[in-house]
Design a binder for this molecule. Structure first.
Ligand SMILES: [Zn+2]
Ligand SMILES: [Zn+2]
Length: 422
């Protein structure tokens, strides 16, 4: 277990390898202790056969969330550049009252959310900080993929407006739906599509600490962020005396300093420093300096932000967190900040109570399947089906005998009586 107060002057740059080694050491130690207590009665060659009481990794679906506890899971910590190791921005907040909230849904993050084995009915609230693809590029995957994965509730989306309607969240979501017109039409009558409804709440990006959500004892507020164009915002979520702050993307600004101040967990962008943008990403120096320090927050700027924010735990994200970049990024942060720090990587898990902040990695079942809906799964309504033109119907080779056998076998297996179409 890594405790927040033990983290001063140490960044948590947990790699899968380090976790594996740590787990190995933990298991070895636990086994030795258990064996030593039973040695008197049993052979020392025999291993204990009971489960370990505590594991230093998070296995989704195996732990209770205490009534006063917040769990935050990094589901995307990377860059606009896609890579297998890190999806783009996404953080899931789970609360001990049963509420769940998604903050940003960047490209690739839907796969991470799926890895958490949560029914998609509960992944129905998304807060988008700004409309860069690396912060909402998987909204379509959550929208359509969530329906295919049994979500039977509307998807609820909150996001900012901008200086023109076409720069706002409502326009973006409306046109995402238009882009997927064929997709949605193709599913009518084939699967139940009530989860395809989207409810968009577009709010004023200039709102300062404005409440944009208040239900079940949870308050979510937005305040302006400064990034690329007018429109971006940052968020705080407050519940049960705990405060989560998420920057999405922003240049250091006065609103974050004031409204994220003293958060229990403060997640702020910490972009690749210009030198790495040049060396690793092959950018021209002027572009690297501009994007790294004027569009985004560079690591030493991130450190200064956190020195002023004074959170219980500072979390930096939005860089490729590798064996060679993490030490460099951390050294730059430490020139301006000496408080508790984690350098986020996908599937990093934060369990937060008033007494403790525990940081671990999740261990994911890559063979995960969708969980059932939490409400009775309704069948498709065949009357909604758009269907084919005669041109395609006349092109079909109908293997009626084989289809009849599939229907017969399936009806027998499940005790149903579905007639095959002719
Ligand atoms: Zn951005
Ligand atoms: Zn970004």
């Amino acid at each position: 277990m890594l405790k927040c107060r033990e983290l001063n002057r140490k960044a948590i740059a947990i790699s899968a390898l380090a976790l594996g080694v740590a787990m190995g050491l933990y298991l070895a130690t636990a086994n030795l202790q258990l064996v030593s207590t039973t040695q008197a009665q049993e052979s020392p060659q025999l291993s204990p056969v009971t489960a370990l009481a505590e594991r230093d990794a998070y296995f989704p679906g195996t732990e209770d969330l205490a009534p006063d506890e917040m769990r935050v899971i990094a589901c995307g910590t990377g860059m606009p550049n896609a890579r297998p190791k890190q999806a783009a921005a996404c953080f899931l907040v789970e609360l001990g009252n049963g509420d769940k909230f998604i903050f940003d849904i960047g490209t690739g993050s839907m796969e991470r959310l799926t890895g958490l084995a949560i029914p998609f009915d509960y992944l129905d609230k998304v807060f988008i900080g700004h409309l860069h693809a690396d912060h909402f590029g998987d909204l379509d995957a959550l929208w359509v993929g969530g329906v295919i994965s049994n979500r039977q509730r509307p998807l609820r989306v909150w996001g900012p407006n901008s200086t023109k309607p076409e720069y706002g969240t409502a326009y973006a979501v409306d046109h995402m739906q238009k882009m997927l017109t064929w997709d949605a039409a193709s599913r009518l009558g084939n699967v139940n599509t009530q989860g395809l409804q989207i409810e968009v709440t577009e709010f004023d990006y200039k709102g300062v600490n404005q409440v944009i959500y208040e239900e079940n004892g949870v308050s979510i507020r937005s305040f302006p962020a400064i990034h690329a164009l007018d429109g971006p915002v940052s968020f705080t979520l407050e519940w049960n005396g705990l405060k989560f702050a998420f920057s999405s993307d922003t240049y250091p600004n006065k609103w974050w300093m004031e409204y994220a101040k003293g958060a229990d967990i403060a997640i702020h962008e910490c972009f690749l420093p210009p030198s790495l943008l040049v060396k690793k990403q092959k950018w021209p120096v002027p572009d690297a300096l501009n994007v790294g320090t004027q569009v985004h927050t560079s690591p030493s700027m991130f450190g200064k932000v956190m020195s002023l924010t004074e959170p219980r735990l500072a979390v930096g994200y939005h860089f490729f967190n590798d064996f060679d970049t993490a030490p460099f990024v951390e050294r730059q942060i430490r020139t301006t900040y000496d408080g508790p720090l984690a350098l986020a990587i996908d599937y990093m898990v934060f369990n937060i109570t008033k007494e403790d902040i525990r940081v671990r990695m999740a261990s994911i079942n890559e063979d995960v399947w969708p969980l059932p809906s939490v409400t009775e799964k309704l069948p498709a309504d065949p009357s909604q089906r758009v269907g084919f033109t005669d041109f395609l119907i006349e092109g079909r080779e109908v293997f009626q005998d084989i289809i009849n056998k599939i229907y017969d076998d399936t009806n027998e297996e499940f005790g149903t009586d579905v007639e095959p179409p002719n």
